[in-house]
Design a protein around this ligand. Structure first.
Ligand SMILES: N=c1c2ncn([C@@H]3O[C@H](COP(=O)(O)OP(=O)(O)OP(=O)(O)O)[C@@H](O)[C@H]3O)c2ncn1[C@@H]1O[C@H](COP(=O)(O)O)[C@@H](O)[C@H]1O
Length: 115
């Protein structure tokens, strides 16, 4: 079993692709499709923002967990994985955000999308 909770959660989510939507929330999300999953991700992001505006920083944690879970479901639905995101982050490692912004194409694409 993977040591990292995000890796384990990703594996569970992948298993739910073939699960019964009546027995699994994740399977029900896959059944509803990409647009609904993306909408849920947006809702969870909004709830994270609301928690961030409050007085209790600890209230952000459960919202961040909901956000990460729904992001993993979205990635899985799109045939992507945490590995893809890890690779993207690794490409950016050491490149400051301000430098990256200055080097963007006229279309505003990030460095990794440049031809
Ligand atoms: N980490 C999560 C997780 N985080 C949040 N959620 C669910 O996400 C939903 C979001 O809450 P909301 O109140 O916004 O949504 P809702 O009103 O219940 O749902 P909608 O009708 O709006 O879609 C809740 O039903 C949560 O239970 C999660 N559901 C599952 N997991 C993980 O996924 C695994 C597999 O779950 P199942 O697919 O349900 O077996 C679980 O063992 C967990 O490890």
């Amino acid at each position: 079993m993977a040591d990292d909770i995000l890796d384990r959660l990703q594996a569970t989510i992948a298993e739910r692709k073939s699960a019964d939507a009546g027995a699994s929330y994740t399977a029900s999300l896959f059944q509803k499709g990409r647009a609904r999953i993306a909408q849920k991700l947006g809702e969870e992001a909004t709830e994270t923002i609301i928690a961030a505006m409050g007085d209790n920083p600890h209230a952000i944690v459960p919202e961040a967990a909901d956000l990460l879970y729904h992001l993993l479901v979205l990635l899985a639905d799109a045939g992507l994985s945490l590995g893809d995101v890890r690779m993207e982050l690794a490409k950016r490692e050491g490149l400051g955000g301000l430098d990256e912004k200055a080097a963007r194409t006229p279309a505003g694409l990030p460095l990794s999308f440049r031809p």
